[in-house]
Design a binder for this molecule. Structure first.
Ligand code: B12
Ligand code: SF4
Length: 649
């Protein structure tokens, strides 16, 4: 008789372009689907749906931050009394190849394997017949689950325990009511693998009423909105705070503004803050019309919203119309951004590159318009991708348009179809150019200077994340973490396993490149901080007055400043004039005079000079004492920078 049941909930990752399994030392966003299925499994156990005597152990693994112990899992079904069920969870299209490879290994070891998530749900939702790759998995004994399982997870697990799982379960037509369903369950040990261990996720509702042709959500979760009860959400947040200290959330609803329960949810969250003193903050996804909903922005702020993610997608009206995104009105974009910014909420827009009407020139123009006229705090760029489950994919399938057969590349960071105006390669180039333009020093500086002081560090840390992903890791920020980890033997079937020498020498080169890019990034961000950190009140007022004087008198000369300062000193003898010694300290010892440093440009130019002399082999012309002193200065500045960043968090 069965005594022990191992339920492995595994969120698979993707392979990189060299076929290695993508894993990071620290992740950025924990998986909501994993947390949802953990909660549902815990509920099944609590309700004893699998019988009184079965000992069930849940193992939660996210392959983006965990090494999946494949051999150990294969050995875990060690006797007649123990059964292991492997659930490959929340599998998106780009993770489907990895999920399929894992599924096959586990099936060969005789384990029970299920795959669910958006890829299989979307793929099977619109296509007229079961595609061969899914059929093959089913023939190999893998169970495919299409749709959501809030109401059926107990039955499915019982079928698995009793060994009578069917090859395919289809719950797409019966969408579960979420109102009283358990909220995602987040485990402390899982959160430790993320940069911010106080970060949780909840989907407060599902579905979206709109009809964008590139979107899979409407064909999987539907256009009719479903939502959780405000009390259940508040109770989940309260428990997570007291048990694990979680106080920052990503509400993963695709469109929180169309959650019919938004008002009750915001009120409940505001009560948690005001009456129970839970320092709750969250970010959420909304549509471009959300700011017009009466009280929405204000209540969002009061409930603790710090960032909204807005599906802007394009600033080109023809693109928007072509994609069925008729609700987006470009003329109102800047009002939308201002409405949130005035409430102290940062704005992050999603922007798609590669709509059929895009050309390299139009993209450049549009991105400039986005930066200078719309002025969101952040932007994420995506290459238009026909994701299975979207109308775009169905249309391409019906018209037999070429689509890359490798689903591993369907991550909106790779080109997977042909474009009418952008040559192969050019599309990716212009997409990367958009990232670089938006996260250029000047634009980041403009955002930080134009934003409200309370959003400063929030915006700043996001810049570090996005720049690090795109520049250092070469990955999309939404699919990236910090410090890439790799395993020599963890490679996609069909790719050779390199000899240790080949692998480790290549890896050493790669790490050296990463480190150098990270150091560049550190200095760039340090400079950004020095140039934008908020001045003291007095300094701010002087700057404002100078602005007024310049407007009234035209050009201002340095001599005017010097004279004005001298005269002011004769009127106010207490006005502080720094001595030479103080100026010396301010320059060489930023730790002792932290407020006096506003740039590290002179240090940067010193290092450039050293590098040049080094390259030209003029080693004896490098002044050792100045190298030491500048190293000391740089170390102090970096320390100051980190100190401020940590204090702000
Ligand atoms: C949140 C989110 C993210 C977060 C993920 C982290 C997080 N905090 O969860 C972030 C921002 C990082 C992200 C990034 C990306 N995302 Co995303 N994301 C979402 C979003 C909005 C919500 C996911 C969620 O929590 N859903 C709620 C859960 C409960 O639903 P679910 O996953 O479908 O799971 C249910 C069922 O499918 C089923 N199920 C799932 N797994 C299993 C397994 C078994 C065995 C069983 C029985 C059942 C089962 O049961 C669950 C409960 O009912 C979805 C849209 C959506 N509405 O789901 C897009 C979505 C999943 N993302 C999508 C995409 C494309 C991406 C990116 C590739 C985009 C990019 N380049 O940035 C990356 C990929 C990142 C990665 N490595 O996974 C697409 C996927 C489409 C597809 N066919 O692949 C979606 C559907 C949005 C869209 N544009 O269409 N995403
Ligand atoms: S508004 Fe967003 S979630 Fe809704 S259909 Fe369009 S892309 Fe999908």
């Amino acid at each position: 008789m069965l005594r022990n049941l191992n339920v492995y909930l595994i969120k698979p990752t993707q392979y990189d372009d060299d076929g290695y399994v993508v894993r990071h030392w620290r992740g950025v966003l924990p998986s909501n689907t994993l947390a949802c299925l953990t909660a549902l499994t815990e509920d099944v156990i609590k309700q004893k749906r699998l019988g009184e005597f079965l000992r069930v152990r849940i193992h939660v693994l996210d392959e983006t931050v965990d090494r999946v112990p494949v051999k150990r899992i294969c050995r875990s079904q060690r006797d007649q009394k123990t059964k292991t069920i492997v659930c490959l969870v929340g599998v998106q299209t780009n993770q489907f190849p990895r999920a399929s490879d894992l599924a096959r290994v586990f099936r060969r070891a005789g384990l029970t394997v299920l795959i669910g998530g958006f890829h299989v749900s979307g793929y099977l939702a619109l296509l007229p017949a079961i595609p061969p790759d899914i059929q093959q998995l089913m023939d190999e004994g893998v169970t495919i689950v299409k749709g959501e399982v809030e109401e059926t997870w107990g039955d499915l697990l019982r079928d698995a325990v009793e060994g009578r799982l069917r090859p395919l379960y289809d719950f797409l037509a019966d969408k579960p009511d979420l109102y009283q369903k358990p909220t995602p369950s987040i485990r402390k040990e899982y959160l430790r693998k993320f940069v911010a261990p106080n970060f949780g996720t909840i989907d407060c509702g599902r579905g979206c009423p709109f009809e964008c042709t590139f979107c899979t959500i409407i064909n999987v979760q539907g256009r009719k909105m479903r939502f959780r009860s405000a009390e259940v959400i508040a109770s989940g947040i309260r428990n997570n705070y007291h048990a694990h200290g979680i106080s920052f959330y990503f509400f993963t609803d695709d469109n929180f503004a169309r959650n019919k329960n938004w008002q009750a949810i915001f009120d409940a969250l505001a009560r948690l803050k005001d009456e129970e003193h839970i320092p709750l903050k969250f970010m959420m996804q909304v549509d471009v019309l959300s700011w017009k909903i009466s009280n929405f922005v204000d209540k969002a702020r009061r409930a603790g919203c710090t960032t909204v993610f807005i599906g802007m997608e394009s600033v080109n009206t023809e693109n928007l119309e072509g994609a069925g995104k008729r609700q987006n009105h470009v003329a109102e974009y800047s009002q939308l951004i201002d409405a949130y910014r005035n409430a102290g909420i940062s704005t992050h827009v999603g922007y798609i590159i590669g709509f059929p009407r895009d050309t390299a020139e139009s993209v450049r123009r549009d991105v400039a318009f986005l930066m200078h006229d719309v002025k969101p705090d952040h932007a994420s760029f995506f290459m238009l991708t026909p994701l299975p489950g979207s109308q775009d994919h169905l249309a391409a399938f019906r018209n037999q348009v070429w689509m890359d057969p490798d689903f591993n590349r369907y991550d909106s960071h790779h080109q997977v179809t042909r474009h009418p105006h952008l040559a192969d390669g050019e599309w990716k180039d212009i997409y990367l150019e958009a990232w670089r333009a938006f996260y250029s020093f000047d634009n980041m500086k403009a955002v930080l200077q134009g934003g409200r002081p309370e959003s400063y560090w929030h915006n700043f840390t996001r810049f570090i994340w996005y720049k690090n992903s795109i520049v250092t890791e070469g990955r999309h920020p939404m699919m990236c973490g910090f410090l890439r980890l790799k395993g020599r033997k963890q490679r996609r079937p069909g790719y050779p396993i390199l000899s240790p020498w080949q692998y480790y020498s290549g890896r050493a080169r790669e790490i050296r490149g990463h480190l150098s890019s990270m150091i560049h990034l550190l200095f760039e961000m340090e400079e950004l901080w020095l140039q934008t950190r908020h001045p003291s009140e007095a300094e701010q007022r002087v700057i404002e007055e100078l602005g007024k004087i310049r407007a009234a008198c035209g050009r201002l000369k340095v001599a005017d400043f010097q004279l004005a300062f001298k005269r002011a000193h004769s009127h106010f003898p207490t006005l502080h004039v720094p001595s030479k010694l103080q100026l010396f300290w301010a320059k060489w010892s930023p730790l002792l005079a932290p407020d006096k440093v506003y740039t590290r440009a002179d240090i940067a130019s010193f290092w450039d000079d050293v590098k040049l002399r080094w390259r030209e082999r003029r080693w004896f012309q490098i002044p050792a004492h100045r190298v030491a002193m500048n190293l000391f200065r740089d170390a102090q500045l970096s320390l100051l920078f980190f100190f401020h960043m940590i204090l702000a968090r």
